[in-house]
Design a protein around this ligand. Sequence first.
Ligand code: PLP
Length: 388
Amino acid sequence: MTPQESFIYLDHHATTPVDPRVVETMSSWWTTWAANASSISHRAGDWAREAVEAARAEIAEELRCDARELVFTSGATEANNLALKGVLAGRQTQQRLLTAAAEHRSILDPARRLQRQGVDVSVLPVTASGSIDPGRLREAIDLGTTLVSIMWANNEVGTLSEVAEIADLCQQAGVPLHVDASQAAGKLAIRLNELPVNLLSLTAHKFHGPQGIGVLVVRRGELLRPLQPLLDGGGHEQGLRSGTLPVPLVVGMGAALTIAAKERVDDNQRIGALRDQLWNGLQQRVPEVTRNSPASNCLPHNLNIHVGGVDGDVLMMRLKATRLCVSSGAACTSARSEPSHVLRAMGLSDQEARASLRFGLGRFTTAAHIADAIDIIAQTVSDIRNEG
Ligand SMILES: Cc1ncc(COP(=O)(O)O)c(C=O)c1O
């Protein structure tokens, strides 16, 4: 039995298993056709370059933007850093960044570093459901604002931002907008031809593509000044991201996004129904359970709950000994035993945040997984309560 078969993997916000069709598409680019896409002295290099450009075109088509606007990175952490530091770092004049309290660490941490370097950073509060109120943003935005950065979908509670409204108000104010679409990509239709977003980050491993590859979309237009690269080197990706392109990963990202786009409607419907089944079962079987994630305007595969009357650390420790893989906070921060900053920003206490669980369903989740997950949570919580 493989680990994937023996585990009940419900941590798809952290990462997703690569779709076997994607693995198949990638496989020959590791071995038979392995070449550097920058090599111009042989045919193998040409083929590698053509494969990269085909994947770039595939991704651009899905996002409805120009292929030349894509910069491949190692993932969304790098794409977010490139967006923020590329616009704001090392400038002569005063820079101002507006972002929000429920953003991912790969936004909040570079924002803090930029602040130490003299950038004026405002971290706006979020609503009780975890998204930024466009009205608050409208009040905060001014002529001195250099960049606004918000996430499309939250990685802990799945809340969707009012991206269209925020994009319109940024455009009216003449301020470029960066959107971290890491959790939204593959699940929502992203149509950049209809949305005045200037920078957009995504990462393949959140939509059943490989780990280690992402994209920053840098839209052309007058609003956005030329970005400063994070790395100097061979001048790849129009000078914005030096370094040999990982051909198999690029090919895999293109294949994964194409599959996600084709199957999005069916996947969302099926996974959303399983998520509702999970929530209904937990409500019936686990006393004092409340829902942190919103009932609407939420990613279909997300459920974030709070279990009342149990110690969160004990709950996580006990669950870790089972087949169930769930998270008590963002995987990227769970190495530090801090309560989730997202749940805290939504108004939960430290104790409530610690006793919260995040479920993330995926393409290969089945009704049997959900039934087993409900049993495991109900039994574990009941054991802890009986001991207490
Ligand atoms: C919203 C969000 N942004 C950024 C990232 C970072 O992505 P990557 O793992 O590709 O660096 C994540 C990953 O957890 C995320 O959920």
